[in-house]
Design a protein around this ligand. Structure first.
Ligand code: CA
Length: 222
């Protein structure tokens, strides 16, 4: 297993001269074929040209615009070019937007180090190279999306009971508001505990609030 992976054809789009120099050196040292551009305008002809292009390492903040503007061109090539964003921009909406627009990976410049060589190989092999913070962000985002999509096992009446508790109402008041007896309220609560696998009213309310099954109560007067 000493065989070296075959050289990749890589386009580096980066306007920060020191980063470009380090990235170019690292990739050439790993025997990859590297071309560079420092602007969108400079990258366009290199992407449009015939010839092999496996991976594009893409900065987002370029002097003449947003690096993501190149994504459609890169993905329209046959075969599509794997795109690894290399950016200082670590705000979650920006990262998620880049990945949603089709970037295959996202590295933060802070963490570039030797990762770049591994990352472009990984991207060329169909992987999604990400700095650890980026991967954590993506995982949380997916988990939140899954939680929101979690189907509600409760009936409308059971949700009304929990919503009443969330507003601080007693069993008795909840029953009065809903026009049912306190025993019926207790029956709903037992059913909710069974369905949600919780032991207490508070745990049930919190679970329903977090899942978005009941509305958040209005803030109380101080
Ligand atoms: Ca930049």
């Amino acid at each position: 297993m000493t065989q070296r992976p075959s050289p990749l054809h890589v386009l580096l789009v980066e306007d920060h001269a020191p980063t470009l120099a380090v990235a170019t050196l690292a990739l050439r040292a790993a025997h990859h074929v590297v071309r560079t551009a420092t602007t969108l305008a400079g990258a366009h002809p290199l992407i449009a040209a015939h010839g092999r292009l496996d991976v594009c390492v893409l900065d987002l903040g370029l002097p003449d615009g947003d690096g993501l503007a190149l994504l459609p061109l890169l993905k329209r090539r046959a075969p599509p070019v794997a795109v690894v964003v290399l950016s200082v921009q670590d705000d979650p909406p920006r990262i998620l937007a880049a990945l949603a627009s089709g970037a295959d990976g996202y590295l933060l410049k802070d963490d570039m180090g030797l990762q770049l060589v591994e990352a472009i190989q990984h991207a060329a092999d169909g992987g999604m190279p990400m700095t650890r913070e980026v991967a954590t962000l993506v995982r949380h985002n997916l988990q939140n999306a899954a939680r929101v999509a979690e189907p509600c096992p409760l009936t409308a009446a059971e949700r009304d009971v929990l919503a009443g508790f969330a507003r601080g109402l007693s069993y008795e008041t909840v029953g009065e508001e809903m026009g049912i007896s306190i025993n019926t309220v207790r029956t709903y609560v037992r059913s909710v505990h069974t369905k949600l696998h919780v032991q207490t009213k508070t745990a049930a309310v919190l679970r329903a609030l977090r899942a978005g099954w009941i509305p958040a109560p209005p803030p109380r007067d101080p």
